[in-house]
Design a protein around this ligand. Sequence first.
Ligand SMILES: Cc1ncc(C[n+]2csc(CCOP(=O)(O)OP(=O)(O)O)c2C)c(N)n1
Length: 310
Amino acid sequence: MNSRLTGPEPTEALEPDSAIRLLEAMQRARQFDKLAVALQRQGVVAGYGQAEGQEAAQIGAVWAMRDDDMVFPSYRQPGVALHRGVSVRDMLRFYSRHELCTWDWRACRFAPYAVPVGSQLSHAVGWAMADRARGGDQVTLAFFGEGSASQGEVHEAMNMAGVYRAPVVFLCENNGWAISTPFARQTASSTVYVRAEGYGFRGVRVDGNDVLAVAAAVRDATVAARAGLGPSLIEAVTYRLGGHTTADDPSLYRPDHEFEVWRRNDPIDRFAQVCVSLGAMEDSAVEIIRERVYGEIRSAAAEFAEEFGV
Ligand SMILES: Cc1ncc(C[n+]2csc(CCOP(=O)(O)OP(=O)(O)O)c2C)c(N)n1
């Protein structure tokens, strides 16, 4: 646990050491994703919900939090888990062996995955209110998807958070699709963030493939929440490049051209280009980081395979 009063300024991400750590965290998420898909195809992992393409929305958000702030995930944030110190081994146990939560979630400040969609928002509001009642100054971050935003429980959680000014950041990863349901079929509204006004708190829409934009929005939200100004709803517009899970074939419902547009908007490539063009790292460092993280994930997977005999 560290003693920072707030998360880092988003601009700190462009200081060379921070830029490397941030790019590493995004790469770790990406490489874990590739590993989990490969292990599912080999029959080791039972099922996996892909997060490829959503690394900026996820890592940018957790980057802006204080280390002791609690995170409530849905089921698609393995990179956030790894960033919070959950081991590759424990993530693989979850996906391959149906062991629900083998990580020390209190120590990692990363709650157990929540599969009933939207249920984690009530948990987050309860956690935030309990911490404040005990005199704490944590801010709680809750991830959810734009499909989950249609759940009644999400309304209940946001309404209560607004009434009690709970220090919560609601981070909606609007990846365009809830399994095969497109956003236009999810709601008649063109955005999610606009709902915040109805609950009486701040709502912001950001480019969810720009890690610095997400970090800046979440950072502002944590400062407001810690100052007693209540929750925020941040809609990070992003895209799931893979399937909903390894049991899904998105080519059956998603137009190819849409995928191609988002493929060219890869959040990791974008951040790497920003770092290089602003001089935070050399061109060659980008590949070195990718290779290093790939090696780290591979050896953790080998240890998992040895321990569990898979
Ligand atoms: C209460 C509940 N109803 C239905 C489901 C089945 N289900 C699993 S994922 C999903 C879509 C969720 O989409 P979204 O919230 O946009 O998140 P994403 O999967 O895109 O990250 C649904 C309906 C569920 N898990 N829980």
